[in-house]
Design a protein around this ligand. Structure first.
Ligand code: FAD
Ligand code: NAD
Length: 469
């Protein structure tokens, strides 16, 4: 048998490892090249998983400190053990990344540790690091799944100690007294929530006049109000222009986004969270003739093929929503097409979730997008304060909003702030995938008392007949 692979995947994140597994299931001889030393990519190692582990732990801490008493549970002597909290997070990451390694073995995928470089279509050179032998893998197809990295901010150099990226912010050895977060996006609000709950004074500095830009405006506005009420401070329409480090902390210089009077602010820790950019360092794209766009993303066609035959790309590196589930689904579709099957991804119904408390979840179009497109729509809204389960749980901030086409009632969008919004949105996503209507949701029996009843009520409200409000 030839040593040649059918597919070599570069990058072991959600796009890469899921693509490799699907390829192996379809009978393709597959190798995966990852330089990090562990599989799972950004998501498992320094992204989705450790951040959600810390969000969960810090939520428990905040509940015990401030909320249990409302349930008749008095807690005395409560103490934060940050070392153990961080250790638990590390163990979750460790177990899950090892699990991916097991899946590679189970699916007979060759896991090659090292940095992959495309020599030309059909050839990937792998450098495993100092003192180890370089090897070249021959293959029919190459799948680029090299993901993304933190976007740097001029004048604010990350050292992962005082000025951190999300990676450093997941492992701070002590709770900062003053923490400044640059960017009121998903990372800023999630990790800001973690450290605020653990005791930091958190100030979020945002360039625009909205938090979570791109989300439905009503959601962004309400979420910022809720986070403010929880104790987060927001400084909007402001840009940070410089950071000066000293032993005692960092002094940031900032000014209004459109120019004006400078001011300074001191912090013990600064988190830079202004977005992520595609990562293609030393990948050999240029040599192989693969085009990248002006922002560094790798353009692909509908089969996820780059401009060079036999070289494909999926996940964060091709742009669009930088989400693990979007990356995974693209990889599956790409590999299925490669194996001669058909694949499909519906970008209109990819859920986006912010794991603050309450959570924020969105799918489909926002009201602003529908208005701009001139689409006539119904909006059905139901607050969690009128949902009996949310009241039992003493967790009733937020609402469900369903947007449906005025003429056909087809669901076009759903926007939720609320407890377990990230789980609740899935019902609506499923209905959207099947081209369903608000009335379809409204006529489905929902268990009582349950949070999903708020989704049903919002669907009823879209038809002007909510029951419990
Ligand atoms: P990545 O996960 O970035 O994986 C790419 C891999 O390729 C990396 O391991 C890298 O080491 C490797 N690589 C790069 N170049 C080479 C090379 N030349 N040779 C070998 N290996 C190489 N998304 C969600 O959906 N939900 C969340 O809750 C969520 N939370 C997040 C929290 C944080 C703090 C961050 C930073 C991100 C979060 N994301 C979340 C986004 C999510 O992590 C990414 O969308 C996802 O990881 C993208 O997957 P990917 O496979 O395209 O890239
Ligand atoms: P983001 O794009 O969500 O937010 C960046 C924020 O920074 C925006 O509000 C932007 O206006 C602001 N900004 C940009 N430049 C600025 C400047 N100079 N000064 C002040 N503010 C500035 O990016 P992020 O929060 O860094 O997250 C990166 C990616 O990771 C996102 O695309 C997201 O999809 C993904 N992610 C997802 C999850 C999740 O799904 N729960 C969690 C974390 C990260």
């Amino acid at each position: 048998m030839s040593d040649k692979y059918d597919l070599v995947v570069i990058g072991g994140g959600p796009a890469g490892y899921v693509g490799a597994i699907r390829a192996a299931q379809l009978g393709l001889k597959t190798a995966i090249v990852e330089k990090r030393g562990t599989l799972g990519g950004t998501c498992l190692n320094v992204g989705c998983i450790p951040s959600k582990a810390m969000l969960q732990s810090s939520h428990h801490y905040e509940m015990a400190a401030h909320e249990f008493k409302h349930h008749g549970i008095d807690v005395t002597g409560l103490k934060l053990n940050l070392k153990n909290m961080l250790a638990r997070k590390e163990k979750v990451v460790d177990d899950l990344t090892k699990g991916i390694e097991f899946l590679m073995k189970k699916n007979k995928i060759d896991y090659v540790v090292g940095a992959g470089e495309i020599v030309e279509a059909g050839k990937v050179a792998v450098s495993p690091g100092k003192g180890k032998k370089k090897q070249t893998l021959e293959t029919d197809a190459i799948l680029v799944a090299t993901g993304s990295e933190v976007t740097p901010l001029k004048g604010v150099t990350i050292d992962e100690k005082q000025i951190v990226s999300s990676t450093g912010a997941l492992s701070l050895p002590k709770v900062p007294k003053e923490m400044v977060i640059i960017g009121a996006g998903v990372i800023g609000l999630e990790l800001g929530s973690v450290w605020r709950r653990l005791g930091a004074n958190v100030t979020v500095v945002e360039f625009l006049d909205v938090a979570l830009p791109g989300m439905d405006a009503e959601v962004s506005k309400n979420m910022q109000r809720i986070l403010k009420k929880q104790g987060m401070t927001f400084k909007m329409k402001t840009k940070v222009t410089a950071a000066k480090k000293a032993k005692t902390g960092v002094t940031l210089t900032m000014e209004p986004s459109d120019g004006g009077k400078k001011e300074t602010m001191k912090a013990d820790v600064v988190l830079v969270a202004i977005g992520r950019r595609p990562y293609t360092d030393k990948l050999g794209l240029e040599k192989a003739g693969v085009t990248v766009d002006e922002r560094g993303f790798v353009p692909v066609d509908e089969d996820f093929q780059t401009n060079v035959a036999g070289i494909y790309a999926v996940g964060d590196v091709i742009g669009g929503a930088m989400l693990a589930h979007k990356a995974e689904d693209e990889a599956v579709v790409c590999v299925e097409i490669l194996a001669g099957e058909t694949g499909h991804i519906d970008y209109d119904s990819i859920p986006g979730i912010v794991y603050t408390h309450p959570e924020v979840a969105a799918a489909g179009k926002t009201e602003e997008q529908l208005k701009e497109a001139g689409v006539e729509y119904n909006s059905g809204k139901f607050p969690f304060s009128a949902n009996s389960r949310a009241r039992c749980n003493a967790d009733a901030d937020g609402f469900v909003k369903i947007l449906s086409d005025k003429a056909t009632d087809r669901v076009l969008g759903c926007h939720i702030i609320g407890p377990q919004a990230g789980d609740l949105i899935q019902e609506v996503v499923n209905v959207m995938e099947f081209g369903g209507s608000a009335e379809d949701i409204a006529r489905i029996c929902h268990g009582h008392p349950g949070l999903p009843e708020a989704v049903k009520e919002a669907a009823l409200a879209a038809g002007g007949r909510a029951v419990h409000i």
